[in-house]
Design a protein around this ligand. Structure first.
Ligand SMILES: Cc1cc2nc3c(=O)[nH]c(=O)nc-3n(C[C@H](O)[C@H](O)[C@H](O)COP(=O)(O)OP(=O)(O)OC[C@H]3O[C@@H](n4cnc5c(N)ncnc54)[C@H](O)[C@@H]3O)c2cc1C
Length: 474
């Protein structure tokens, strides 16, 4: 044993069962927090120098607040994520809003689902749903549009695995969905929910996402479709309070070094996890471990460790990623936005988020807007300057007042690996949280949760992994 081995982290462990959680994104943070809540002894390992994974915040020169790696939207049906913020004590930092359907088709033209304010929430949202079924499209397309919605709704009621053989685009063509409906709302709904283009993404994943929202709404959550916005940075909402929560419960947080090997002990009942090996030479001796790495990082681990010989993990190698590109823009005067998020048509930018408005109207450093393109295949390789120019052009097209505003600063963030890309067949690539290796569990938005690549999927996967660890250890 090397000298560093004898410094094994387990030495510090008290009588409680020791669980290592690898990966400090939302799946890892929520798994660690919930295990610590239940009295397990925790070591959290993150390869980067910071926690947060794909939900992180950073400093921008001249701005007093932390800036996020891109606008994140919750929905009222994110039960697991809402439970996480409840556990770490930040639920009061969320701003609840009407469903995020606000489509800007041109200057001064905004289609929104919000019924009159004096209506009770349920009726107001139903008015919205009626709009979805009766959109402002040519008269001849209205009946086919309604028929399409009914067919999509019926498929979402009980998604057939057959749908995983085709893309959304092919499915919509088979359903004869009118082009005008797709252009107005449906294609953007797909892109918004799944961060992938209709001609690349599985129809099953789309139907399943609708099924999930519907199921939670029917279970009595009348705010299932509502938007929920962070009122503070993602770091303040998810990361710093979790770190505090863990440290207060004696957890060890190891950052800046990655997991390079999983040690296994072969026995008559198959392999059992005995420990983890980190890049800096440290060894973690643990009773169980949850790996919350994204599939592309898990693939690297499989290539270099004994885990790679287990066929169970092989499907993860085939999972691909999809990009999101954002640019934050600070203006000296506000845009005339009606909603906190508006979905633009026929411009490079798809979404404008009123970040200052979400953060309680704080515009000490200018009026901050986050402009985003989901599944940003066409722009993800654009140099910053060209992307900023296209983004400002989009703003000026839809908000004439932007033409006279001064741009105080901008910040571009291209993220090529923002989410997984759910091609047809994707469902069969998702791995269960429980693996054939005893003591080794998985979590992460891409593991089997029946959800798209979202924060809710990350938190839900953690909930399932924590349950499995508890069953294994007790
Ligand atoms: C710009 C952007 C916008 C988004 N918008 C939304 C949204 O509006 N709504 C929504 O619900 N979702 C959104 N998402 C998706 C959401 O952020 C992710 O689904 C979620 O954060 C994934 O969490 P995770 O813990 O599964 O993975 P990650 O956050 O990727 O965490 C995995 C962690 O593992 C670490 N790691 C990797 N390899 C190793 C190793 N060998 N050893 C140790 N650590 C390792 C990584 O560094 C990382 O910190 C968005 C994502 C992006 C990027």
């Amino acid at each position: 044993m090397s000298e560093i081995d004898t410094q094994s982290l387990v030495d510090q462990v008290s009588g409680a069962r020791h669980v290592a959680v690898v990966g400090g994104g939302l799946a890892g943070l929520s798994a660690a927090v919930w295990l610590a809540e239940q009295g397990f002894d925790i070591t959290l390992v993150e390869k980067r120098g910071r926690l947060g994974g794909r939900t992180f915040s950073f400093d921008v020169a001249g701005v007093g607040e932390l800036v996020d790696n891109g606008q994140h939207l919750f929905a009222g049906c994110y039960d697991a994520l809402l439970r996480y913020v409840d556990t770490i004590g930040t639920a009061d930092q969320l701003r609840w809003d009407a469903p995020p359907f606000a489509i800007r088709t041109g200057p001064g033209r905004l289609l929104t689902t919000r019924g009159p304010r004096w209506l009770p929430a349920l009726v107001r949202n139903t008015v919205g749903l009626a709009w979805m079924a009766w959109p402002p499209i040519p008269l001849r397309d209205r009946l086919p549009a309604l028929r399409s919605w009914l067919r999509i709704g019926a498929a979402a009621w009980n998604p057939s695995p057959e749908l995983d053989r085709m893309t959304v685009d092919r499915w919509f063509r088979e359903l004869d969905v009118p082009h005008s409906l797709r252009r107005l709302s449906l294609d953007q709904l797909v892109i918004g929910l799944l961060n992938e283009k209709p001609d690349r993404v599985s129809a099953f994943t789309f139907a399943q996402a609708l099924h999930f929202i519907g199921r939670r709404a029917l279970a009595g959550n009348i705010r299932a479709g509502d938007a929920v916005w962070p009122r503070v940075s993602l770091h303040e909402l998810f990361v710093a309070p979790a770190e505090r929560y863990l440290r207060e419960r004696g957890a060890r947080i190891v950052t800046g070094t990655q997991l390079v090997d999983v040690e296994l002990d072969a026995g008559p009942n198959g392999d059992r996890l005995t420990g983890l090996r980190l890049a800096d030479g440290r060894r973690i001796d643990c009773d169980a471990a949850i790996l919350t790495l994204p599939p592309w990082s898990l693939t690297t681990l499989l290539d270099r460790s004994a885990l790679g010989s287990h066929e169970f993990f092989a499907p993860a190698r085939k999972i691909e990623s999809a990009p999101i590109s954002s640019v934050y823009v600070w203006l000296d005067s506000p845009l005339r936005m009606v909603r906190l998020a508006e979905n633009l048509r026929d411009t490079t930018i798809e979404w404008v988020f009123d970040t200052s408005g979400m953060h309680d109207g704080d515009h000490r450093d200018g009026y901050c807007y986050s402009l985003a393109v989901s599944a940003s295949w066409e722009v993800v390789h654009l140099p910053g300057e060209a992307f900023v120019a296209a983004a400002l052009e989009s703003l000026r097209t839809h908000y004439p007042e932007a033409r006279s505003a001064t741009v105080l600063r901008t910040k571009v963030i291209h993220q090529p690996q923002a989410t997984f890309s759910a091609h047809p067949g994707f469902e069969s690539l998702r791995l269960d949280q429980t693996t054939p290796v005893r003591g080794l569990f998985l979590a992460g938005d891409w593991t089997r949760t029946e959800l798209p690549s979202t924060m809710e999927s990350a938190a839900e996967s953690a909930r399932r992994a924590v349950d499995a660890v508890r069953r294994y250890l007790t």
